[in-house]
Design a protein around this ligand. Sequence first.
Ligand SMILES: Nc1nc2c(ncn2[C@@H]2O[C@H](COP(=O)(O)OP(=O)(O)OP(=O)(O)O)[C@@H](O)[C@H]2O)c(=O)[nH]1
Length: 354
Amino acid sequence: MFSFFKKKFGGGSSAEGAPAAEPVVSVPPQSDAAAPAVVESASPALAASKEEVPAPRKSWLDKLRQGLRKTGSSIAQVFTGTQIDDALYEELEAALLMADTGVKATEFLLEDLKRRVKEGKATEPAAVRGLLIDALAELLKPLQKSLAIGASQPTVMMVVGVNGAGKTTSIGKLTRHLAEANAKVLLAAADTFRAAAREQLAVWADRAQVEIVSQEGGDPSAVTFDAVVAGRARNCDVVIADTAGRLPTQLHLMEELKKIKRVIGKAEASAPHEVLLVVDGNTGQNALNQVKSFDDALGLTGLIITKLDGTAKGGVLAAIARERAIPVYFIGVGEKLEDLQTFDAREFAQALLE
Ligand SMILES: Nc1nc2c(ncn2[C@@H]2O[C@H](COP(=O)(O)OP(=O)(O)OP(=O)(O)O)[C@@H](O)[C@H]2O)c(=O)[nH]1
């Protein structure tokens, strides 16, 4: 099994810690026992002093920092005073809630922070900010995991989400990155209703020079089934199915997704290997509700969080970590190819609070 993304994205969530030059064995970051040294060096922030952060990653990080400023500045405001007292914690609580961190994650972070302040014997509010970065990075750590390709051929991914979350755009970018890393990708346009959605996916397929299975009207499950069978016959590394946007409350449409998942399993018993939810990070607590609903219906394996360019609701990642810790494979901060990058817990905490 190998992961393209350490190589392509030059750092970020890869917990492997291996040099970025070659595809590497993917080790889930959570499995500290298996790879302790690796986890240690996973932070690009730490690595940055030793090796150059690649240019696309750097420009993405700048955008992420910029994008999270609306969230971060109201939290940072709390640390401009001179004392660490109840008022500071109350202000911080309000700022975290305003950033859509949610009650559970906010309570957890405050408790953890107070413990860190006590243990670290911090006396300056500015130092508390550093400790909050540590607390947040630790809370977010379970979300950090690389998307691994290659254990099955093809690796079948099903991508779901509400309308306009950024599914097709994210699939397009992911496909480009995979294709550039020499993976053979086949796309399935399982949104058989909306011509524009199919066309949009076809444009991405064209740009990445990959094949696409598409059909006007008809059954989305049938299109996906055909794509998985074709992907296997053509020795593809990855098959990605783009599904039509839907709200979790549209029960018949959720049933349709369950059917697509079942039918993929009929085409390839071990598939789908990934069920990815694309969520618009700008929707805050609503994003958390989407994660819970889609996970209950489909059993998600990963998240792609988009539109973190210009949000006041960046705290939602902490809420997800506390309430439904599904790996965040990618973060999107815009519409360009390089705007989709892997997630790194400490990097995110720093981008938010530094
Ligand atoms: N600012 C910003 N815009 C994004 C990002 N990701 C996607 N978009 C834009 O969001 C809009 C919707 O993206 P799509 O990829 O069409 O969303 P979708 O989920 O496939 O939509 P449906 O097919 O309607 O379900 C497009 O205009 C994208 O360019 C992001 O990270 N940041």
